[in-house]
Ligand binder design. Structure first.
Ligand SMILES: CC(=O)N[C@@H](CCC[C@H](N)C(=O)O)C(=O)O
Length: 384
């Protein structure tokens, strides 16, 4: 096969969209990626499925005259969202959707890989198809399980995220922090169940949880410098089985976001204080589990990012937009703390939807435009 053309890339993107899989369960996706890559010219490629992380995939393209190994990462997992786009190629996996655009990310990476498998690059290029970005910290797991060793160790790393607010094909980036760091929050309140008619004999976790939720909502407004800011969203609350039984257990799940590690730790501490206080005042056990995993703030490397932005600004075919930091999280933040590099946005022109929404429908024109911009950048980078 030669370099994937526009028609082929659309078919690939649509097939990937049909088979979304959750974090660490990306078996079908992994198989499909392998099948596509098997059709590329193999002369310069080394393909490896790391046994420590069996849905991940590393593909090394051997350079002509390598001075460095440039890493390019795409995430491959999807979300537990029921698709409502009405597209002909909508998800075939009930309750799961590529609602964060990782199907677009994978397609861009595959086309870049197909191009460099035909046109041997100067430097080595390492393509990393990463599982578990949405949860389970796939990037961190990959690093800690030692998959970036020997010839699979990048000297610098690049990766993109799609952005429905930006016009299709636009490239967005900034020096400094691009994405927030996040902490996953799990709270279990354990009280005493009982008959709805006899609250005096029970210890109601729903009432305690309601109070805790309201207190947590004061953290950002009262404990955080308004110029800096942060976010706490409690997206899931589960309690009870029926209206007339007092719930002995309430589970709250949420996420904390901050643009610096210091901010995240400050919010973490306030949550610990509030949970301890609720435990004392309602006389029940309140277990708080905070897990940052690999969702560190995405800090772009100053020198490499300056170079990236300069290339994009000077390229008349690229619509470059200097963006502000966002409170979305990304476990590429962990990898950028280990390897210098740059994360950037690819505009997918769907301003009526958000990432993680059931109606997200990226404009497919963004794929080809993104590929051209990134391909040009990688070639220019290898000439330096
Ligand atoms: C781009 C994006 O939407 N990323 C996710 C990352 C998940 C972070 C983690 N699981 C958490 O919820 O804290 C996001 O939700 O921002």
């Amino acid at each position: 096969m030669t370099v994937l053309n526009e028609e082929e890339l659309i078919l690939i993107r649509r097939h990937l969209h049909e088979i979304p899989e959750l974090a660490l369960q990306e078996k079908q996706t992994h198989q499909y990626l392998l099948k596509i890559i098997a059709d590329f010219k193999q002369d310069y490629l080394t393909i490896k499925t790391p046994p420590q992380l069996p849905t991940a995939l590393l593909v090394l393209v051997k350079g002509k005259n390598p001075q460095r190994t440039i890493g390019y990462r795409t995430d491959i997992d999807a979300l537990p969202v029921t698709e409502q786009t009405g597209l002909k190629f909508a998800s075939k996996h009930p309750g799961i959707m590529h609602a964060c655009g990782h199907d677009i990310h994978m397609t861009v990476a595959l086309v870049l890989l197909s191009y460099f498998s035909e046109n041997q690059p100067q430097d080595n290029l390492l393509f990393f198809f990463q599982p578990a970005e949405e949860s389970e910290s796939g990037g961190k797991q990959a690093y800690e399980k030692g998959i970036f060793t020997g010839k699979f160790k990048p000297d610098e790393f690049y990766g993109l995220h799609d952005n429905p607010e930006l016009p299709a094909g636009a490239i967005g980036c900034r020096l400094g922090t691009l994405f927030a760091g996040t902490t996953e929050v799990n709270i279990d309140l354990i009280g005493k169940g009982g008959h709805a008619a006899f609250p005096q004999n029970a210890n109601d976790t729903v009432v305690a949880a309601a109070s805790l939720i309201m207190q947590i909502q004061t953290v950002i407004s009262r404990s955080i410098d308004p110029i800096q800011s942060g976010v706490i969203t409690l997206g899931k609350v589960r309690a009870g089985t029926i209206r007339n039984v007092i719930a002995d257990h309430t589970r709250i799940e949420g996420t904390i976001r901050g643009l610096t590690q210091q901010m995240i730790l400050k919010i973490d501490q306030r949550l610990k204080d509030l949970c301890a206080g609720i435990g004392r005042s309602y006389n029940m056990e309140v277990k708080l589990d905070l897990n940052q995993g690999g969702y560190w703030p995405v800090e772009n490397n100053p020198e490499l990012t300056k170079n990236f932005i300069q290339y994009m600004k000077n390229n008349p075919d690229v619509n470059f937009i200097e963006t502000k930091p966002k409170m979305t999280g990304e476990d590429f933040g962990f990898l950028l703390a280990k390897f210098p590099g740059t994360m950037f946005w690819l505009g997918v022109g769907d301003p009526n939807s958000q990432l993680h929404s059931a109606t997200l429908n990226p404009d497919e024109k963004s794929i080809e435009r993104g590929i051209n911009a990134i391909k040009g950048f990688l070639i220019a980078r290898m000439e330096k």
